[in-house]
Design a protein around this ligand. Structure first.
Ligand code: UD1
Length: 351
């Protein structure tokens, strides 16, 4: 039996709300006190509020409202606000999620106040130091007291960095959510199968260079089947700035989707084209092929049997996205959908 805990979660960006959902549920069910701090990194309704509503996450207790900015401005604004919040609540654990600027700010503020920090989704590495997320991951893992790793591969990275004695493999909490939502949308008849692709593009390396962005959009427009592109506000902003038109040829853009909508769309689709980490994994979990427009992936397990292929140079993209779905059974490297229970148990038993 573990102790009664006061846990303070810090979230701010879309994928963190998805990870928060099962953890918040698990903490509440176990009778722990849970305080949710939203940094305000994402603020549009379809990037934030809709996730709290659809995934039944309690409304944030504290909202910092930092908004967008350069990395330093955004991270600095979070740090400036977090000290007072953390000092007021003095939780047993500060829980940070994933690899965004909100993750890094939360970890740095907490560790300097001598509060225990747990990092959920610890140990992921792309080995690409040009990615802001890679820097956030490394710094957060080294600052944190408890490293909740999703996979054995992640534990291996932490071990090589000398962090094994602070690390525990708990599985992947996004898998918990993905399976629950999959079952709900299937039961509700929300899956409409068709010959189309689901696409997302939002990484700085793909959106911030005009030539790179134009070549990706053109390649998607020339694909031989309809491409439903769920456009992140960052992508829309860059397309306006660089004069790139989205809706031509095969490409049909729409607003970012709510989580159940995206799960239903992937289940109905022929496959996925993306640079998102979460969507690569969701395609794998939902049994759809994924083509990733990057040179590397943190979720290397998805590459098994070509469920996911890396294609940063857009080589033979049409063949890549229409390849047949592997027939071999998939391994289950991301756990069985009960990672959040292990997160809660580990937090209450860790000394
Ligand atoms: C952030 C994370 C990234 C994660 C992604 C998920 C960092 C460094 N990056 O990237 O790891 O995969 O979230 O979506 O933390 N914007 C809006 N409305 C919003 C949010 C953003 O219009 O609600 C626009 C703004 O123009 C902003 C831009 O999107 O400048 C980028 O937002 P930001 O939070 O800085 O980074 P993301 O690209 O979303």
């Amino acid at each position: 039996m573990g102790a009664h805990l006061k846990v303070l979660s810090i979230v701010g960006a879309r994928p963190q709300f998805v990870k928060l959902a099962p953890v918040a549920k698990g903490l509440t069910e176990a009778g722990h006190e849970h305080i949710i701090v939203h940094t305000g990194q994402h603020y549009d309704e379809r990037m934030s509020g809709i996730f709290f509503a659809d995934l039944s996450i309690p409304a944030p207790d504290i909202h910092l409202g930092v908004g967008s900015g350069t990395h330093g401005v955004q991270t600095g604004a979070m740090l400036a606000s977090l000290d007072a919040v953390l000092d007021e609540h003095r939780p047993d654990w500060v829980l940070v999620y994933g690899d965004t600027n909100s993750t890094l700010a939360g970890a740095v503020s907490a560790v300097k106040l001598h509060l225990r920090v747990a990092h959920l989704e610890a140990g992921l590495r792309s080995f690409n130091r040009a990615m802001p997320e890679e820097i956030n991951r490394i710094l957060t893992d080294h600052a944190a007291d408890l490293l909740l790793a999703p996979t054995q591969v992640a534990l291996g990275h932490l071990t090589r960095e000398g962090l094994a004695d602070r690390a525990v493999v708990v599985g992947d909490v996004m898998t918990d959510v993905c399976y629950v939502v999959r079952d709900a949308v299937v039961a509700a008849g929300q899956v409409n199968p068709g010959e189309f692709l689901v696409a997302t593009i939002h990484r700085a390396e793909n959106t911030d260079d005009p030539a790179r962005l134009a070549s990706i959009i053109l390649a998607l427009q020339e694909l031989p089947l309809p491409v439903r592109l769920l456009a992140h506000p960052r992508l829309i902003a860059r397309c306006h700035e660089f004069g790139v038109e989205l809706d031509r040829g095969s490409l049909q853009s729409s607003e970012p989707m709510a989580y159940p909508e995206i799960v239903a769309a992937v289940l109905g689709s022929r496959g996925v084209v993306t640079d998102s980490g979460g969507l690569q994994k969701e395609a794998f979990l939902l049994g759809r092929t994924c083509t990733t427009l990057r040179r590397e992936t943190e979720w290397v397990e998805t590459l098994a049997d070509d469920w996911n292929v890396l294609n940063a140079d857009l080589i033979n993209l049409a063949e890549s996205v229409t390849r047949s779905t592997p027939t071999e059974p998939r391994a289950t490297p991301y756990g069985d959908g009960h990672a959040a229970d292990l997160v809660v148990k580990t937090l209450s038993e860790w000394h």
